[in-house]
Write a protein that binds this ligand. Structure first.
Ligand code: FE
Ligand code: FE
Ligand code: ZN
Length: 277
């Protein structure tokens, strides 16, 4: 069975998100833990969470993915900005324990001229400070396009971060098809080779989620502009090859294409029809 969902608005709470997901035949979803600008999170509603967990179990949902505000920068040169990322992520992880055994994804960040190595040092420090032995949440590093001074557009950079974190059993990776294509990984002509490289450098056992997006730009463009499935430079066939790849087909797929919920429903139906059991 294809495990697939999409990014949903969290403004109406967990029960509303899972109902919305069910209505478009999704068996997972992604949401922002708070406003992407990183403002204060809403208070948790225990009744809402209880109802959500009930449906989650009954419908045999796959794990869901919380996404950190993308404006956080764990590797800024400004200590206050790093501190803000740390406090926000720590708070998010505490809140994630109300929906235990799910996943939390974040962008490694921008090194803003300090260089990749210094950026990696900051990310490692942050992760070593926020991860706890008790947490049930797995934290995912997202593969990036390399826009600006983004860290994480090469598998080797992600690998180095994981290697240097003490509680590495709490870490994994979320691969974004638009980002890696924009970063220069040729998943149109060489998907097998890219998968082999991911396995050799990071290890496929770390790969839990795949953000399934087409790209508005060419390979290597480092732009990070998502396009609807089949309407970008990747095109439908390469994306269908991703969901059917023997080493990827058990991952959980999340659409982050420019769509409303109805549009997501159509993409999910299309991809389910092209998935080989
Ligand atoms: Fe992301
Ligand atoms: Fe993404
Ligand atoms: Zn993106």
């Amino acid at each position: 069975m294809l495990n697939i969902g999409c990014h949903l608005s969290s403004s109406k709470g967990f029960e509303s998100m899972i109902q919305e997901a069910i209505s478009i035949d999704a068996n997972t979803f992604q949401f922002f833990t708070r406003n992407p600008r990183g403002s204060k999170a809403k208070d948790l509603d225990s009744k809402d969470i209880e109802k959500f967990l009930d449906i989650f179990k009954k419908e045999k949902f796959r794990p869901i993915l919380a996404h950190a505000p993308y404006t956080l920068n764990a590797c800024s040169s400004d200590k206050r900005i790093r501190e803000f990322a740390l406090m926000t992520m720590k708070d998010d992880l505490m809140r994630m324990e109300y929906v235990p055994y799910n996943f939390y994804n974040f962008h490694p960040g921008n090194h803003v001229g300090q260089g990749v190595e210094e950026g990696i040092n900051h990310i490692v420090d942050l992760l070593n400070e926020i991860l706890t032995e008790e947490q049930t949440t797995t934290v995912l590093l997202e593969t990036m396009s390399g826009k600006g001074s983004e860290v994480g557009s090469k598998f080797e950079e992600i690998k180095e971060i994981i290697d240097r974190v003490h509680l590495k059993e709490k870490l994994g990776v979320c691969l974004d098809t638009c980002h890696i294509y924009d970063a220069g990984y040729d998943i149109i002509n060489n998907l097998d080779e890219v998968v082999r490289e991911f396995d050799a450098v990071i290890g496929l056992e770390r790969l839990h989620f795949i953000h399934l997006n087409d790209s508005m730009n060419q390979i290597g463009s480092k732009k990070d502009r998502h396009q609807k499935i089949g309407e970008g430079f990747l095109g439908l066939d390469p994306i269908v090859n991703v969901i059917n790849h023997p080493k990827l087909k058990d991952c959980i797929f999340i659409l982050e294409t420019p769509n409303d919920v109805e549009g997501y429903g159509k993409e999910i139906a299309l991809l389910r029809s092209l998935y080989k059991k």
